[in-house]
Design a protein around this ligand. Sequence first.
Ligand code: SF4
Length: 161
Amino acid sequence: MKINILISACLAGKLTRYDGKANKIDNDFFKKISVKYNIFSFCPEIAGGLGIPRSPCEIVKGLDTDNIYKRYIIKDKNNNDISDFFIKGALLSLEYAKKRNIKFAILKEGSPSCGVSYIYDGSFSGRKIKGKGVTAYLFEKNGILCFNEKDCEKIESLLQV
Ligand code: SF4
């Protein structure tokens, strides 16, 4: 039986990015996994109620706690606190993944929702720091293994694509 994999919607060609564009993933790799696995695409930010286009957003700070409501403060470039949209989107993403028995996700690196190993530092200056987006954090806390779109080799060897 094919296993289910969740992928960031923008990596699956959906125009869900803040600027109305998609993001890139290696085409051959995507075709290979699409044949072998059931691919489900999901965008936490759209699910959480944000529109397209939308102002770029970054995680500005938060507390070192497992409580997702306190861990993340997310603002858009106009300094509006939009944390609630991100948290709602992350919770809905987890619900979506659990319903489909998803144990494995490929997420867009750097995003305040989907970033797996880095995010932007909250200054809107392009500086990257180690960290996870809200959805990636929640996924990993709930046993869903997350990779970014550049981890093709790791994913291939793990899943034997
Ligand atoms: Fe892509 Fe995730 Fe951003 Fe949605 S929230 S556009 S899926 S990176």
